[in-house]
Design a protein around this ligand. Structure first.
Ligand code: S3P
Length: 451
């Protein structure tokens, strides 16, 4: 799990237009939550379209460790026989979350208000990421914590006999932190209130409501979201159909825009308003993106994206849009490399604490491929339109989205682009290479072959 496998470089190169109709795998955020909430319900939850990536499978293992029975059925769907909130068993082994920030932070929230002990570890990337943002509110609820210096993994927690409900103002725009506090609040008596000054993805709120929790969302006078959750509900199992992940759709979306002559349709993409910032931005840059067949499934809006190669122009991306496209900046930077003029992306401080320091990783990757950019503490400016793009090797720092973004770069570049490790892609999008090959892209494990 914690990536002991040898790095496997991949190289992409321009090879004509991309065309075809595809579906990307299920949404990662919804997949994690499906396994978690299914565990906390009593009875059988079924999940169609679960993302079968390393991150999500790690969450499945963590839920099994506290007593859930999770089985992949012959048709590819999953069943989760939950044991119910308040009834989690103490895990008999260390919980290894690999690369999965969402998995570990939300699980810490769930376990942290149960009177059980658990120890969490992760890979080199996850072990660098800050956990205090989740461990601090848990401490306030009565959880005992022992963590490595700076509140990093490995960390052990032991929940109190009875957790204290909290009123908590989320200090940074983070759906993971919001969710961890709400999930801890599930097993605390009384009301847990989370105040969210800047709105982030709302899958936890929506799905908990679907599972029968009493949860309400309102705006206070300052326009901040106030989420109120009544503790200790009886959660009811659900049938879930996971829509395609917009953060994975981002790669074929950008590739189709920048590879000349391309025409690609991506079906069944989640269009939750807190996840569509990239689509809005690319349309503002002049991208030919048509959203067709808009419909609702399981309380979420989905649609098909028809994307054609386009002449893009640089823009300023409003900082307040960042939470709705936070995982998409690396691939947006790639789109910006092919746009005319400068694309200015402010408000990116949270990118520094993702699977890698994404702001630095993107800037170094662009520079290695002859693309001019300026990195500040919390912003990136990319100058597009260079006439000698590519030819570099990108250091991925165990970051799946860095690997995928720069492979997309290579598909439209003048020279091939190599990423030092393609194995990390399995974190979120194991079918990435196969799917791009279906569209006509050239991705090779052998550098000299693609070159
Ligand atoms: C996620 C929230 C975001 C995002 C991550 C998934 C979630 O993280 O980057 O990939 O499912 O809640 P932050 O909450 O740290 O912004």
């Amino acid at each position: 799990m914690s990536n002991n496998s040898a790095p496997s470089p991949l190289t992409s190169a321009a090879d004509g237009p991309l065309s075809g109709t595809i579906r990307v795998p299920g949404d990662k955020s919804i997949s994690h939550r499906s396994l978690m909430f299914g565990t906390l319900a009593i009875g059988r939850t079924t999940v169609k379209g679960l993302l079968e990536s390393e991150d999500v499978l790690a969450t499945g293992d963590a839920m099994r460790a506290v007593g859930a029975t999770i089985v992949r059925q012959k048709d590819g769907s999953y069943t989760i026989d939950g044991i119910g909130l308040g009834s989690l068993l103490e895990p008999e082994h260390v919980i290894d979350f690999g690369n999965a920030g969402t998995g570990v932070r939300l699980t810490m929230g769930i376990f942290g208000s149960h009177n059980i002990a658990a120890t969490f570890v992760g890979d080199a990337s996850l072990s660098k990421r800050p956990m205090g943002r989740v461990l601090n509110p848990l401490r306030d609820m009565g959880t005992n914590v022992i963590a490595r210096d700076g509140d990093r993994l490995p960390a052990s927690i032991k929940g109190p006999e009875q957790a204290l409900p909290l009123t908590y103002r989320v200090p940074m725009p983070s759906a993971q932190v919001k969710s961890a506090v709400l999930l801890a609040g599930l097993n605390a008596p009384g009301e847990t209130t989370v105040i969210e000054p800047i709105a982030t993805r709302d899958h936890t709120e929506k799905m908990l409501k679907g599972f029968g929790a009493e949860i309400s969302v309102s705006l206070n006078e300052a326009g901040e979201r106030v989420i109120r959750l009544q503790g200790q509900p009886e959660l009811k199992p659900q049938d879930i159909d996971v829509p395609g992940d917009p953060s994975s759709a981002a790669f074929p979306l950008v590739a189709a825009l920048i590879v000349p002559g391309s025409d690609v349709t991506i079906e069944n993409v989640l269009l939750n308003e807190h996840r569509t910032g990239l689509i809005t931005t690319l349309i503002e840059m002049g991208g030919n993106i048509e959203i067709v067949n808009r419909r609702e499934t399981g309380g979420e809006e989905v649609g098909d994206l028809r994307v054609k190669a386009s002449r893009l122009k640089g823009i300023t991306v409003p900082a307040e849009r960042a939470p709705s496209m936070i995982d998409e900046y690396p691939v947006l930077a790639v789109a910006a490399a092919f746009a005319e003029g400068d694309t200015f992306m402010p408000g990116l401080d949270e990118l520094r604490v993702k699977e890698s320091d994404r702001l630095a990783a993107v800037a170094r990757g662009l520079e290695a491929n002859g693309i001019a950019c300026v990195e500040t503490e919390d912003s990136l400016t990319v100058t597009g339109g260079g006439n000698s793009i590519g030819g570099g090797t990108v250091v991925t720092h165990l970051d799946h989205r860095i690997a995928m973004s720069f492979l997309v770069l290579g598909m439209a570049a003048h020279k091939p682009v190599t990423v030092d490790d393609g194995a990390v892609i399995a974190t979120s999008f194991p079918t990435f290479t196969a799917l791009f090959e279906d569209l006509g892209a050239k991705i090779s494990a052998n550098t000299s072959e693609a070159a």
